[in-house]
Write a protein that binds this ligand. Structure first.
Ligand code: PQQ
Length: 229
């Protein structure tokens, strides 16, 4: 049986993937230093929409593959957080408001006219991973959200400080994620540590998280390449 130390070192191995998180991508470094142009910010917002709109489909794939009712009952909230409900807009609506705040119409964000092939491939790979891999690995791949809150807080401050042309009303998405991401990642970490007991299962969870870091990095590579200035 694994000891407590095993769980500790497993969690440490997961957290060590922070070294490969996209906060260190040159595009994000430039963004947070206030050095991106309006066109670069617009390109990022338009392309990241494809990630946002596919997150609920990724989470629905996890639900479909998960036999554990307790996990499903908790996980379904993620879908509502993004899709919203009849009475309340969700994250996707909030992202469209961010689009408007940076000068993009809802239509041009929704119809994918700015969507780059590399971003599409990376996001599609994430959804396919959740559809085809064991559900616990897909849950592990969501753990990049352990690293997201610091980046979100830094991004919020940077947008307010360096990009005065962006309408403040459009920043609600990031504010909401500051509380949603820690709540979600804490749950995902509990699920992963409970279900990955053997060294092999733990290694597969770390590999899933590493894959996800590659997804996020590739998205920014494609954006960085298409919008050099
Ligand atoms: O802007 C970001 O840096 C960032 C990163 C991540 C992430 O680390 O996966 C997510 C988000 N945002 C995000 O907004 C979001 O809803 C989200 C869901 C997930 C996921 O894998 O389930 N990651 C992320």
């Amino acid at each position: 049986m694994p000891t407590l130390t095993d769980t500790d070192s497993f969690v440490a191995a997961l957290r060590a993937q922070a070294r490969r998180y996209h906060d260190q991508h040159p595009f994000h470094v430039e963004m947070n230093a206030g050095r991106l142009s309006r066109r670069q910010i617009q390109g990022w917002v338009a392309n990241r929409f494809y990630y946002q709109e596919n997150i609920p489909r990724k989470d629905a794939a996890i639900l479909a593959n998960c036999p554990d009712r307790e996990v499903r009952r908790r996980w379904i909230r993620r879908i509502l957080d993004h899709d919203g409900t009849a009475g309340e807009g969700g994250g996707i609506d909030a992202w469209l408001r961010l689009g408007e705040a940076v000068g993009l119409s809802r239509e041009e964000v929704c119809d994918g006219q700015h969507l780059l092939p590399g971003v599409r491939f990376a996001v599609d790979a994430y959804v396919t991973f959740a559809r085809t891999r064991p559900w616990v690995e897909a849950v592990a791949s969501s753990l990049t959200e352990l690293f997201a809150p610091d980046l979100m807080a830094e991004r919020l401050a940077a947008f307010e400080r360096y990009y005065p042309w962006i309408d403040r009303a459009g920043l609600g998405y990031f504010r909401a994620r500051l509380t949603q991401a820690p709540r979600d990642s804490e749950h995902a970490l509990r699920v992963v540590t409970e279900h990955c007991r053997s060294a092999e299962e733990q290694a597969r969870a770390v590999a899933a998280l590493s894959f996800k870091c590659d997804v996020l990095w590739s998205i920014l590579d494609a954006i960085d390449h298409a919008y050099p200035d």
